[in-house]
Design a protein around this ligand. Structure first.
Ligand code: ASP
Ligand code: MG
Length: 436
């Protein structure tokens, strides 16, 4: 069997969903598990619902919720010639009503809990919609609730997969669903605690979901369908002259995605590597093109590969008693890092300070600094970029440094990393000119 993942861009509108069905038609003979994300930018819209609700703005939350509902209904109308199939209508309605009801209650103390209950709606709606449409196209499709299979701990918004429980459920529940040549369609991004509360795996987590299923079901291969031709040497939104890589090793893919190459979710590769399952990154716009194959055997030399992660915070930490930051301090700092599930992208121990670079999401970095405030002085440098270059050359490094101030740098034989800020543009005042 194989696993396909279709992200939000590939399901953006009715035409995009028709295109997905056309791609799937070519794979009717195979056992196929399809993982879908929320449609287009639905997750961002649902985040607004969760935020408004949490701030007590229930009316605003409802307005955002109805925007999401209406966007889905417009697509349904286009796909089903103005009709709303009864079962699909009922499923979508139940989902919307469940959130409407939730909005009636006061928010939970744990924002992340409410977030997951609300934001998971995106994948649930898209999966019902796409499954109904595939069946309408006579591609027999069985809808699977991913929450019945993927079990996580109860850390909301960043649930960690409980592998043995997930494995057991996947092998028991999924193979029978392929009966009579049916395709199985399920949601990315979401899971459940053992007490049946919905969790999410972290933003952009649908790739990871596909990898979890691939691992548990011993898939022959997994494919991620994207709006780019494959894995590129750098982000085409940020650089000209990027080129597609035909092959990439798991190791290289892990290195790049961990440090901000947005093409694949960073947690995706490890489960595949552990079972040697090849990953294809392919274009839904050119479904017959070969894309990029990520696998173990790659011998060729790589060109320089650039990944950029923005929204970085550099935290300078020093002890309040002016002692060095020693091992027992670092242990204390990391206890807080673990507690907050912060991602440390770089660190450096200097004589009088310990420097850490984090993804600056939500208020986690502030919470980190507050939590260590009794014993440590901290200074936060925000709005930085982390640039990672694999297989760097002096020319590439030179061009990346242009117009930047480098705050922290680390070089290893195959990897260069720098945390940078835009250099202020300086122009001379006319009065400064030296008159002759
Ligand atoms: N819909 C979720 C998000 O936008 C998960 C995903 O797309 O992978 O983050
Ligand atoms: Mg997405």
């Amino acid at each position: 069997m194989q696993v396909f993942k279709f992200g939000g861009a590939s399901l953006r509108d009715a035409a995009a969903i028709r295109n997905v069905a056309t791609i799937l038609e070519k794979y009717q003979q195979e056992e196929l598990l399809v993982v879908v994300s929320a449609i287009g930018k639905t997750t961002n819209a649902l985040e607004k619902v969760a935020e408004a609700y949490h701030r007590g703005l229930v009316e605003e939350a409802r307005t955002h919720l109805y925007e999401v509902r209406d966007a889905h209904l417009i697509i349904v109308a286009e796909l089903f010639d103005g009709q709303l199939p009864e079962e699909l209508g009922a499923n979508l309605n139940d989902l919307i009503v469940s959130v409407e009801w939730a909005l009636e209650d006061p928010p939970n103390e744990n924002y992340d809990y409410d977030y997951d209950q609300i934001v998971s709606l995106g994948e649930l709606m898209s999966s019902h919609l796409v499954a109904a449409y595939l069946n309408h196209r006579e591609l027999t499709t069985r809808w699977l609730d991913a929450r019945d299979v993927i079990i996580t701990d109860n850390i909301y918004r960043e649930g960690w997969v409980q592998w043995p429980a997930t494995q057991e459920r996947a092998t028991k529940m999924i193979p029978p669903l392929f009966k009579d040549g049916a395709m199985v369609l399920t949601q990315g991004f979401i899971g459940s605690t053992t007490e049946n509360f919905t969790t999410t795996l972290g933003r952009e987590g649908s790739d990871y979901t596909a990898a979890i299923f691939s691992y548990c079901l011993d898939a022959e291969r997994m494919s991620i369908w994207k709006d780019v031709p494959g894995v590129l040497t750098a982000d085409p939104r940020k650089f000209d002259n990027v080129s597609k890589l035909d092959r990439l090793s798991y190791k290289e893919a892990i290195e790049m995605t961990y440090y901000g190459a947005k093409v694949i979710h960073p947690k995706t590769i490890k489960p595949l590597q552990n079972k040697n399952i090849p990953l294809y990154v392919r274009s839904f716009l050119e479904p017959d093109a070969s894309g990029t194959l990520v696998s173990s055997e790659v011998e060729e030399a790589y060109p320089p590969l650039v990944a950029i992660e923005d929204q970085q915070a550099l935290v300078h930490i020093s002890t309040r008693d002016f002692s060095f930051v020693a091992e027992h301090h670092i242990k204390e700092l990391f206890e807080q890092v673990t507690e907050l599930r912060l991602q440390v992208n770089m660190m450096q121990n200097r004589a009088i300070s310990f420097n850490m670079v984090f993804n600056d999401v939500d208020d986690k970095v502030d919470r980190f600094c507050q939590s260590i405030d009794a014993n440590y002085k901290t200074m936060i440098d925000r709005d930085l970029e982390l640039i990672t270059v694999r297989h760097y050359t002096p020319e590439v490094v030179e061009s990346l440094r242009k117009g930047k101030i480098v705050k922290l740098e680390a070089r290893l034989p195959a990897t260069l990393q720098m945390v940078v800020k835009d250099a202020p543009v300086m122009s001379r005042k006319s009065s400064d000119r030296i008159s002759q």
